[in-house]
Design a protein. Structure first.
Length: 602
């Protein structure tokens, strides 16, 4: 055996066979530990991939078998060879003998053993029992171990390689099931008097949960994790853990557009962490300085069907009203009485939102309409509030809502942007005469009835749609590729979508996105029938694409010819083209894409 080559292969290529051969050749503590470490990592990875990934399942089975055989060989080397291990040898022959014997299997039982001041961090101890053992000053790495009644003074206990586990594998290990080898069972087995050890282990677990591209493991598993953390106050008294749990709850309590539902458990836990575990400064910052999440939480919880959540949220809101900045405002303007809110009336102007020198006062009902606006209902007025700047009341009709909701009160930005877009598209739809209502209805996501769909069959409806289009585009029946937007209509588009003053390259982005919308209209999901899309709508989309290309030939490049070819091919259904153009627009139109495409089609 070329020992130099074997050493390089083991350490540089992390080759498991070479690592075991190296340990066999020179069974030092360092070589044995190194071989066991990479074998444990690769075995864990192979087992997790086998359990949670269908791809290469047979390959992972074979890998796991190989690594287990190598672990058995390594255990034999440890039993057969004698080496200087100052950490274990001084514990006596029986302990050393037990370690060597037990390494050939899992679920080792070291109950009632005296193992103080031993470095066991390089050993494979999964499933081990240390019940009633003395582990004072000992170093151990294990995900599944029983430390019931163990003495752990100055011990260093860490999880083993959890950061490098598959995301699904981490999720499986935090399910709170006594019958499974779950990490939470390991944590529970440690006495609460060693809370410093448990806190460090929870921090490790949090990092593992965050590790996979900063995404969290499956929500159904994470609930077990949250329940466990909230079961011990000392966890949430640690700022690092508290901040991480809040960050997790931020993700779990996101509300988008008209989706108001949040799991009851997550709302309740969020209220608990703010009310019970935040210090005064943290509470002030959450309630006032960075209050977007607070206001959103109040909109969900103040009239929640669960009375416990109602009570928690109203107590927190009362605390908000007592903050100096808020109290001085409502005392001056008498928006609420006696520092108490009358919760019997959802239409009362009880909600106060403060952003620097601006204060908005509105009702619970109007707050919910603005936060969770349903554009299909079109019942949000965006003017049912009072605005104060430097405590001076402003006239509503003089307020620039675009600045107010996009820059000042960003909690409403997403929904206001959707509202503003639908208003603009409604103006564009009005240019389509009798089709205005149908086009607007489709834009906000209402399903199109069969009788409202369009076809190329020559009938009165077909004649009617072309008579409308002829006011907007120039088309030559003998050469459809010459179809173009009329200058007057192009200017209407610029006025409606506020494009005047923009560079041609920016205008082209808007026109391409508008074309994508009408490609969607032409598909059988909206106004198309079966495998045929109405040529009338494809012609309008073509005119928009052509104008976008005139303004900026670099936007689409050679893709332009692919798009127009599909648009003007007889009988071509546009569902596939929509997905193609949508992906292109998302990549190359930047922020304009999200400004123009309705949420349900992104």
């Amino acid at each position: 055996m070329n020992i130099v080559f074997t050493y390089l292969k083991a350490h540089l290529a992390k080759d498991t066979t070479a690592a075991v051969d190296l340990a066999d050749y020179h069974p030092s503590f360092k070589n044995l530990s190194f071989a066991r470490k990479i074998l444990n990592i690769k075995l864990t990875t192979a087992e997790c991939n086998f359990c949670y990934k269908e791809k290469d399942k047979e390959l992972n089975i074979n890998k796991a078998i190989k690594y287990k055989k190598l672990l058995g060989k390594l255990a034999g080397i440890e039993q057969r060879k004698t080496y200087q291990d100052k950490d274990i040898r001084h514990k006596g022959f029986e302990t050393l003998k037990k370690f060597h014997y037990e390494f050939s299997k899992r679920n080792m039982d070291f109950s009632n053993y005296e193992l103080s001041d031993v470095d066991l961090s390089s050993y494979f101890l999964e499933g081990s029992k240390f019940t009633n053992s003395d582990l004072s000053g000992t170093k151990i790495k294990a995900n599944d171990a029983d430390f019931s009644n163990a003495k752990l003074d100055d011990a260093q206990i860490k999880f083993k390689n959890i950061k490098y586990m598959d995301r699904a594998c981490v999720g499986g290990k935090i399910i709170d099931d006594p019958a499974k080898k779950a990490i939470l069972n390991t944590l529970r087995s440690i006495d609460d008097k060693y809370s410093d050890i448990k806190i460090n282990l929870v921090k490790e677990l949090i990092k593992a949960v965050h590790y996979w591209d900063k995404n969290y493991v499956n929500v159904q598993h994470i609930d077990s994790f949250l329940d466990y953390i909230f079961s011990k106050e000392y966890y949430l008294e640690d700022k690092e853990i508290r901040d991480s749990v809040k960050s997790l709850l931020d993700q779990l309590t996101i509300t988008n557009n008209n989706k108001k539902h949040i799991a009851l458990k997550h709302v309740s836990l969020y209220l608990d962490i703010i009310s019970k575990f935040f210090n005064d400064q943290e509470q002030d910052d959450f309630l006032l300085k960075n209050n977007k999440k607070f206001i959103n939480l109040m909109a969900v919880a103040l009239y929640h069907k669960e009375l416990d959540i109602q009570e928690k949220s109203r107590t927190l809101y009362d605390k908000y009203l007592k903050l100096e900045r808020v109290r001085s405002f409502y005392e001056k303007h008498k928006t609420v009485n006696d520092e108490k809110v009358d919760w019997d009336n959802k239409d009362a102007n009880n909600i106060i939102i403060i952003n620097e020198n601006k204060t908005m006062v509105t009702s619970y009902n109007e707050l919910n309409k603005m936060l969770f606006a349903d554009i299909k209902k079109a019942d949000t007025q965006w003017n049912s509030f009072f605005l104060y700047i430097n405590e001076k009341r402003q006239e509503v009709n003089k307020i620039n809502n675009g600045v107010l909701f996009n820059d000042d009160f960003k909690i409403f930005k997403e929904n206001y942007s959707v509202f503003a877009l639908t208003e603009k598209f409604n103006k564009l739809a009005s240019k389509f005469g009798d089709y205005a209502e149908k086009f607007y209805s489709a834009f906000v996501g209402n399903p199109i009835q069969f009788e409202d769909k369009l076809s190329d069959i020559h009938n009165n409806e077909n004649v009617k749609i072309y008579s409308v289009l002829d006011e907007l585009i120039d088309r030559q029946k003998s050469n459809l590729f010459m179809t173009s937007l009329k200058n007057e209509h192009y200017q209407q588009i610029c006025d409606i979508f506020e494009l005047n003053g923009l560079a041609d390259s920016e205008k082209s982005n808007y026109l391409l996105c508008l074309a994508i919308i009408f490609v969607k209209y032409a598909s059988n999901d909206v106004f198309g029938i079966g495998n045929v899309s109405p040529l009338s709508l494809k012609l309008y989309a073509y005119a928009l694409v052509r104008k976008a290309n005139e303004l900026n030939k670099n936007l689409m490049g050679n893709h332009y010819y692919e798009f127009i070819s599909d648009l003007l091919t007889n009988g071509h259904e546009t569902t596939g083209l929509f997905f193609q153009m949508r992906a292109y627009g998302e990549q190359y139109c930047g922020s304009v894409f999200n400004k123009m495409i309705p949420p349900q089609w992104r």
